[in-house]
Design a protein around this ligand. Structure first.
Ligand code: SF4
Length: 108
C-alpha cells in the first residue's frame, strides 16, 4: 500500500534543471531518476519535458497515470515503496501541516 506524500496535503510536483516535470524530489534525483526513466520508457519520459509539452498535459499525463497505477499494484515504483509505504502518523502529519503553514506565511 502506498500513502503518497505528494498528494497528502495538496498536489506537489518537482521540476528538474533540465525542465522535466517529475512527481517529487525523491524521484527527481539519483538513484531513482534513472530507474524512473527506465520505468516510463523514453516516450513517456519525454511527455514530461516542459520544453516540449504544456504544463497541464504533463501534470495530468500518461507518465503520472502510470506511476499512480503502480501504487495499487503488487509492484509499486521503488521510490514510492521506499518513502511512502507508511501512513503519516498524527505527529508527522501535524508537523507537516505546521511546516506548510510556515511556508505559506513565508511566501505571502
Ligand atoms: S515517492 Fe512516490 S508516492 Fe512518494 S511522494 Fe514521491 S511520487 Fe509520491
Amino acid at each position: 500500500m502506498i500513502y503518497p506524500r505528494c498528494k497528502a496535503d495538496h498536489d506537489q510536483i518537482y521540476v528538474n534543471a533540465e525542465g522535466y516535470l517529475l512527481p517529487c524530489c525523491w524521484i527527481g534525483n539519483q538513484p531513482h531518476l534513472e530507474e524512473y526513466q527506465n520505468f516510463l520508457g523514453a516516450e513517456l519520459y519525454e511527455s514530461c519535458d516542459l520544453k516540449k509539452v504544456n504544463f497541464a498535459n504533463a501534470v495530468n499525463g500518461p507518465a503520472q497515470k502510470k506511476l499512480e497505477e503502480s501504487w495499487t499494484s503488487t509492484q509499486p515504483f521503488s521510490a514510492c515503496k521506499e518513502f511512502c509505504s507508511r501512513r503519516l502518523n498524527q505527529e508527522e502529519s501535524s508537523s507537516k501541516q505546521g511546516t506548510n503553514e510556515r511556508e505559506r506565511l513565508t511566501l505571502s
